[in-house]
Design a protein around this ligand. Structure first.
Ligand code: HEC
Ligand code: HEC
Ligand code: HEC
Length: 206
């Protein structure tokens, strides 16, 4: 039987900002047992399936199907729509354009939260990768990432810091690896091809 499940991932990042992502998934398989041994292969990321979005999105914690509504704290948590009110909107993920919200200072990461002398280390380096097949080139912007994230969020566990040293494929991303560790979970979903495949292909070598 096909069942609609609304899932939402809330990740509290190091600097205290909250990144929420919502999507609809359709699952034909029975729910996995609660206590599973650590599998060698991570489960496919259901958030990344290209399906119609849940409506309405960003429900309050007590109604989102994730938090137990009978527990007091579910009522105490701030509803996402209230927390995200005033941020730049988008038509995908949790309907917030986080990159623009950051650029326009509607969100200000608190680097100094744990250490008053901490400073952000923003790196403005784009990595361009030409995919197999005919899709446009992928531009990975370090800037849009390091405005939120530490180098160590990606290096070296997810990516060896060397251009071209990592094998990346859409299959891996859809399985929640490489870019898919975040995209489709706490960052914009894989349905937004053009945000990553954003540059005309370099002319083919003669
Ligand atoms: C969101 C993930 C992410 C974060 C955060 C990140 N990087 Fe990277 N970095 C990458 C990816 C992806 C590549 C390209 C790897 C490839 O092409 O195989 C890369 C490549 C590099 C390279 C190689 C560049 C080249 O031309 O060979 C260096 C150096 C690097 N990163 C340094 C940093 C530093 C310093 C920071 C923190 C200020 C940082 N990175 C933060 C994902 C990240
Ligand atoms: C550690 C988490 C993480 C990883 C890994 C990661 N990203 Fe991101 N990415 C983010 C976050 C967080 C944002 C900002 C929030 C958003 O746009 O949803 C972002 C934003 C972006 C943007 C900016 C889009 C815009 O609107 O300007 C692009 C492009 C992007 N990522 C591509 C990639 C690619 C390509 C990879 C893999 C090579 C990758 N990312 C890996 C977390 C990650
Ligand atoms: C989060 C960033 C991101 C998004 C969103 C994204 N891609 Fe990709 N895509 C990549 C990266 C990175 C590669 C690997 C490039 C390389 O070979 O270096 C890739 C590779 C590919 C390839 C080449 C075959 C392969 O698997 O390596 C195809 C085809 C492709 N993407 C299609 C799509 C389509 C269609 C969409 C939208 C439904 C999409 N991509 C969305 C990052 C992304």
């Amino acid at each position: 039987m096909i069942k609609n499940i609304v899932k939402s991932v809330i990740a509290t990042s190091l600097f205290g900002a909250i990144v929420v992502s919502t999507a609809t998934t359709v699952s034909a398989a029975p729910a996995p047992a609660a206590a599973q041994p650590a599998a060698a292969q991570p489960a496919p990321v259901t958030f990344n399936r290209l399906l119609k979005k849940a409506s309405p999105t960003n429900l309050p914690p007590a109604e989102d199907g994730i938090h137990d509504p009978t527990v007091d704290s579910a009522q105490m948590l701030q509803p996402p729509l209230q927390g995200m009110n005033g941020l730049t909107r988008s038509n995908f993920g949790n309907n917030v354009n986080w990159v623009n919200s950051l650029q326009t200072k509607k969100v200000i990461p608190r680097w100094d939260r744990a250490d008053p002398n901490a400073e952000s280390l923003v790196m403005d380096v784009n990595i361009v990768r030409t995919p197999r097949g005919s899709m446009p080139d992928v531009v990975f912007p370090h800037k849009a990432h390091t405005e939120w994230l530490e180098c160590s969020n990606c290096h070296p566990a997810i990516f060896v810091p060397q251009k071209g040293a990592n094998q990346i494929s859409m299959a891996a991303i859809l399985l929640g690896q490489k870019c898919g560790v975040c995209h489709g979970k706490v960052a914009f979903p894989v349905s937004e091809c053009k945000l990553c495949h954003s540059q005309k292909r370099a002319a083919a070598a003669p």
